[in-house]
Design a protein around this ligand. Structure first.
Ligand code: UDP
Length: 147
């Protein structure tokens, strides 16, 4: 098999990445996109969108009833979000690794959340980014944000 350095020689995967309102408001959109591109993933779609409650109810359907659900939806409605589709071999796992764990205070240094995020004493984790957690969620989330 031909080896393509920096190219895709296995079927590529796609993921939905959001720069959440805290990331956009803090002026980190470009930095965050650059870090994903620098890891080697390809940007295939991008838009700045002020989410509606309807979009967020679809996107966070799996979290309905959890104590952080309503504060999370309110936070996601508080300002524009940058929605992006990135492509590449194992991009779903790769981006989640790059994003770091959910709590920004303790997310590992070297990750987006660990390097750029912190807790602000609020009811919701303002942790800068979202990334799909499985191929099924990626497909669903891309259709929600880019329908
Ligand atoms: N979240 C929160 N408190 C929690 C768990 C989650 O505020 O105890 C928020 C946080 O913004 C997180 C989002 O809800 O990113 C979705 O939660 P999930 O467990 O899917 O975390 P992720 O996959 O984004 O790390």
């Amino acid at each position: 098999q031909e080896i393509a350095i920096g190219g895709e020689n296995v079927s590529a995967e796609r993921t939905l990445i959001l720069v959440k309102p805290d990331g956009v408001a803090r002026g980190l959109s470009g930095t965050i996109l650059a870090r994903v591109e620098a890891k080697g993933y390809s940007l295939v779609d991008l838009k700045l969108v002020h989410a509606t409650r309807e979009i967020l109810e679809a996107h966070y359907a799996g979290h309905v009833g959890k104590p952080f659900y309503e504060p999370l939806v309110e936070f996601m409605l508080s300002g524009p979000v940058l929605a992006a589709v990135f492509e590449g071999e194992r991009v779903i796992e790769g981006f989640r690794s790059l994003a770091g764990s959910t709590e920004p205070t303790t997310a590992a240094p070297g990750t987006i959340r660990g390097d750029l995020g912190r807790d602000w004493g609020l009811k919701v984790q303002q942790n800068l980014v979202h990334g799909s957690d499985s191929p099924e969620s990626a497909e669903k989330e891309i259709s929600i944000w880019f329908s």
